[in-house]
Design a protein around this ligand. Structure first.
Ligand code: NAP
Length: 248
């Protein structure tokens, strides 16, 4: 039976590239999205063209009931859950912490931290061998921001990714004995629409040129690392924080 994965924020950007690559490897892919159904449907169609099976799954990762329903939908359709790509994440417009409103901070931490924790919790509940699962793998999508701090842009976002790193380290130790590997990928400046949502569509191109490799990365390049971490080729890798940053 083919393996089944839930990709949060699987409809666009890094999540979409990961969905397509896993589809090409024959996985069954749950393509989660929050708002843009058309993008999710287009990605699901591409996954199927690539050779996998796909299911679009609406849901806000910051909502516990939504998260449980997302995993239920995956299991109902594909009969199993083998992996989570904990990818959904947001940024807000660049400014100093001194200028950030409470509502912005709350939503940022709700999606990037609470959402990541809820999804990882649900995956751990369903995949851990001592809870009746068959083992599996989780890849959390963090950011190089976790170690850079993102001053004058978004220290809220950077801190949220620091939490994702720490959760990766702790959860890997909790569920390793239960057959579940947990790793994080920390992308650098990757060419996706997230920068426009933070008010700077040219950010990846401009800052990417200053990295040691002299360019931004592509979503496909991050997806390659995620798919490797999910695969048996990474069978002895857990608790790792893997930078995909062009040396930044
Ligand atoms: P993106 O292009 O903006 O795509 C974001 C995806 O997340 C979309 O599928 C979106 O769905 C979904 N999403 C947003 N809020 C959600 C929520 N509350 N619940 C469920 N899904 C939600 O982003 P990206 O650049 O691919 O980023 C993916 C991950 O990589 C994020 O965690 C980001 O922090 C991280 N990252 C990105 C970069 C970079 O340079 N691009 C660098 C480091 C880390 P809808 O369209 O339906 O809203």
């Amino acid at each position: 039976m083919t393996k089944a994965v839930l990709i949060t924020g699987g409809s666009r950007g890094i999540g979409r590239a990961t969905a397509l690559l896993l589809g090409a490897r024959g996985w069954s892919v749950g393509v989660n999205y929050a708002h843009n159904l058309a993008a999710a449907q287009e990605t699901a169609a591409e996954v199927e063209r690539a050779g996998g099976r796909a299911l679009t799954i609406a849901g806000d990762v910051a909502d516990e009931a939504n998260v449980i329903a997302m995993f239920d939908a995956l299991e109902r359709t594909f009969g199993r859950v083998d992996a989570l790509v904990n990818n959904a994440g947001i940024v807000a417009p660049s400014m100093q912490l001194a200028d950030m409103e409470l509502a912005r901070l709350k939503r940022l931490f709700d999606v990037n931290v609470l959402g990541a924790y809820l999804c990882a919790r649900e995956a751990a509940r369903r995949m851990s061998k001592d809870r009746g699962g068959a083992g599996g793998a989780i890849v959390n999508i963090s950011s190089a921001a976790a170690r850079l701090g993102s001053p004058n842009e978004y220290v809220d976002y950077a801190g949220s990714k620091g939490a994702v790193d720490t959760m990766t380290i702790g959860l890997a130790k909790e569920v390793g004995p239960q057959g579940v590997r947990v790793n994080a990928v920390r992308p650098g400046l990757i060419d996706t629409e997230i920068h426009a949502s933070g008010g700077k569509p040219e950010r990846a191109a401009q800052l990417g040129a200053q990295t040691p490799l002299g360019r931004p990365g592509s979503a496909d390049e991050v997806a390659e690392t995620i798919v490797w971490l999910l695969s048996d080729a990474a069978s002895y890798v857990t608790g790792a924080l893997l930078d995909v940053t062009g040396g930044r």
